[in-house]
Design a protein around this ligand. Structure first.
Ligand code: ZN
Length: 256
């Protein structure tokens, strides 16, 4: 196996269309970037056509600006078809090749259907689940341009919908404090002028409101909630359940 020439990323977030990832977890990605982690975004389609867009070039330019607003190092827009995205062997391999190139530790993606919105989102979840698995399969190099296998350590689900409700049926929900990066998230979504013109200004109120509700439930000003596909482990119970209290021991913690 030869070493890949692509930069290794800590986290890759996968969406069906450019703007999915920003709406779902833009605050968390911006925070991770500020913390020094290397972030990538993969859109399975270019999201076009849509009613208010001049076409794929505008959408791609918006996606690049949004990635810059978040601080993502890599953004890849794959050539799968918008509105008729389907889980298939070819789609799974296409995404798994990106995982093998960029070797993320964590992959974040869709975790549920989005009724009344695009069915591509559910297909994106199926494709992402499979690609995480395909990334580590040996004796199959011919399907992956001979890219070496890569084991992804953790997979998380996000929820695209603007409501902060949790995903049913999963054990390990957790909320990331995005107080410092809520505005970066909003700015990233605003890059998509073709999707969110002035007539859709209410969308930003919904995004902000959802972040405030999600955060306040966990003791933060603003947050984004995720599901871990495996049970979350804890090394320090106090830090894990009281993240706002810092590292102080009893007596020096100011009443935490
Ligand atoms: Zn979408």
């Amino acid at each position: 196996m030869t070493k890949t020439d692509y930069p290794q990323l800590d986290v890759i977030a996968v969406g069906a269309h450019p703007d999915d990832v920003e709406i779902a977890c833009g605050g968390t990605l911006a925070k991770l970037a500020k913390q020094g982690y290397k972030i990538g975004i993969i859109d399975l389609t270019d999201g076009e056509p849509t009613p208010g867009s001049r076409g794929p070039e505008q959408r791609k330019a918006e996606a690049k600006a949004a990635a810059d607003a978040i601080g993502a190092q890599v953004r890849v827009i794959l050539d799968l078809p918008n509105r008729r995205l389907f889980d298939s062997f070819e789609a799974r391999v296409l995404l798994a090749k990106e995982f093998r190139k960029y070797r993320p530790k964590i992959v974040i993606g869709f975790g549920d259907k989005t009724p009344m919105a695009s069915p591509d989102h559910w297909q994106a979840m199926l494709i992402t689940d499979a690609a995480v698995f395909y990334s580590r399969l040996t004796k199959w190099e011919q399907h992956f341009d001979n890219l070496p296998v890569h084991n992804i350590s953790a997979q998380l689900y996000f929820r695209l919908a603007f409501e902060p409700q949790s995903l049913g049926g999963f054990l390990s929900h957790f909320t990331v404090d995005i107080t410092e990066t809520l505005e970066a998230k909003i700015a990233a979504v605003r890059c998509y002028a073709s999707q969110f013109p002035a007539t859709k200004e209410h969308v930003f109120d919904r995004i902000r409101g959802a972040a405030l509700i999600a955060g306040s439930a966990s003791g933060f000003h603003a947050g984004e909630t995720f599901v871990s596909t495996r049970s979350l482990g804890v090394k320090d119970l106090v830090k894990a359940v009281l993240p706002s209290c810092g590292n102080s021991l009893a007596g020096a913690s100011g009443g935490c």
